[in-house]
Design a protein around this ligand. Structure first.
Ligand SMILES: NC(=O)c1ccc[n+]([C@@H]2O[C@H](COP(=O)([O-])OP(=O)(O)OC[C@H]3O[C@@H](n4cnc5c(N)ncnc54)[C@H](OP(=O)(O)O)[C@@H]3O)[C@@H](O)[C@H]2O)c1
Length: 347
């Protein structure tokens, strides 16, 4: 019997079965980043659908994608597509994921998975009933960095975990034409940036017993910045999360245990280096880990790292799994429920 998440993942291979044909739903900014990374990993991006056919065609030409559709419905109905990547603002994720599931497609849903736990539950239940894989595109979790961190945590290098601390600050476009500050598009720091911090804490510590949040809202009721404490009294552990889309700041994270700690370089939610320290006084640096696959022009790495989540979805399909052991549905639901609890406390 496998004992750890990584042992469960190692039991199945990426190379089993035919490759999936991916359809991209929404021809926007992150879709372009995802497709570039996916193509770099040999993933078959077969189709793109946009609300406007000419947008889809321009996107397809840019990346050499063979089929285009002028509506999301046509994309999802296409027999030339096995899996849909939902890449629209979070306000639409639930309805579009349900559209794909109803068409019998597997789905990779951009973060935040939906806008709340209730709609997340509907999507997860529909996918289970349809027998298709649905995976939250929490891309950070599937990078080599997080796999290495997980190995160290699971083999006990840090001892018992006691704290996770994250900082995530980005000065985003809050103009009326952008999605970040628009409540109709589910804009806000919590769903857009905070989701990474909740996902990391819940990955390492599980579902919190209590969520304490304070934050700053703008005139439209959109959360600009927040501080969150996740409490785990049974573990003697806490997570403290700082998030802002209104100004710059550090973007690093630390994972602290009785026996040592790990510092994730900024931006901690990417394919980033980390350092591990022991429990001496003062702490001694015992390991520096750096991604080895470096060198793309204009980037420290050969890709941004969004392909790993797509490879994981393909691995799940090949292995006959409906969910990934690395990002189980319970985690997606716990993240959304904890964010619901945080949002309810913002004034
Ligand atoms: N993983 C990451 O690193 C990362 C980074 C940034 C964003 N994201 C996530 O990716 C998602 C999309 O973000 P983005 O920055 O790519 O957004 P975006 O470029 O503003 O929009 C993406 C697409 O959503 C559709 N869309 C936009 N506004 C719409 C509206 N008012 N009504 C209906 N559809 C609309 C459009 O599709 P059409 O092309 O069909 O018109 C657009 O191309 C969000 O959930 C965000 O949280 C993830």
């Amino acid at each position: 019997m496998p004992r750890t998440v990584l042992e469960m993942v190692a039991m199945t291979s990426h190379d089993d079965g035919p490759r999936l044909r991916w359809g991209v739903l929404g021809a926007g900014k992150i879709a372009a980043v995802f497709v570039a990374d996916a193509l770099s990993a040999g993933i078959d991006v077969a189709a793109v659908g946009a609300r406007d056919g000419s947008r889809a065609a321009a996107f397809a030409e840019r990346f050499g994608i063979r089929s285009t559709f002028g509506s999301y419905e046509e994309l999802c109905a296409s027999p030339e597509v096995d899996v849909i990547y939902v890449a629209t603002p979070q306000a639409f994720h639930a309805e579009q994921a349900l559209l794909a599931i109803a068409a019998g497609k597997h789905v990779l849903v951009e973060k935040a998975f939906t806008t709340d736990a209730a709609s997340t539950r509907r999507v997860l239940e529909a996918a289970r009933a349809a027998g298709v894989v649905v995976l939250e595109a929490m891309w950070t979790r599937f990078t080599p960095t997080m796999r290495e961190v997980r190995t160290r945590v699971e083999r006990g290098d840090l001892g018992a975990l006691r704290a996770v601390r994250t900082a995530h600050h980005q000065k985003l476009d809050l103009s009326p034409t952008g999605r970040h500050g628009d409540p109709a598009l589910a804009g806000g720091a919590l769903l857009d940036l905070g989701v990474y911090a909740f996902a990391l804490a819940i990955d390492l510590l599980g579902e919190p017993a209590e969520v304490i949040a304070r934050g700053r809202l703008d005139g439209a009721g959109v959360d600009l910045a927040l501080s969150v404490l996740l409490d785990y009294p049974s573990l003697g552990a806490q997570a403290s999360l700082q998030v802002s889309m209104a100004g710059p700041g550090p973007n690093d994270a630390t994972i602290l245990g009785d026996g040592g700690w790990i510092h994730l370089d900024a931006p901690y939610f990417t394919w980033t280096p980390f350092q591990r320290y022991d429990a001496s006084r003062p702490s001694r640096l015992v390991e520096e880990w750096t991604p080895t696959d470096c060198g793309a022009e204009g980037s420290p790495y050969s890709s941004r790292g969004m392909q790993f989540q797509a490879l994981e979805l393909e691995r799940c399909v090949a292995a006959g799994l409906l969910e990934s052991p690395l990002m189980p549905h319970t985690h997606t639901l716990s993240v959304m429920a904890a964010m619901d609890a945080a949002r309810a406390q913002l004034r």
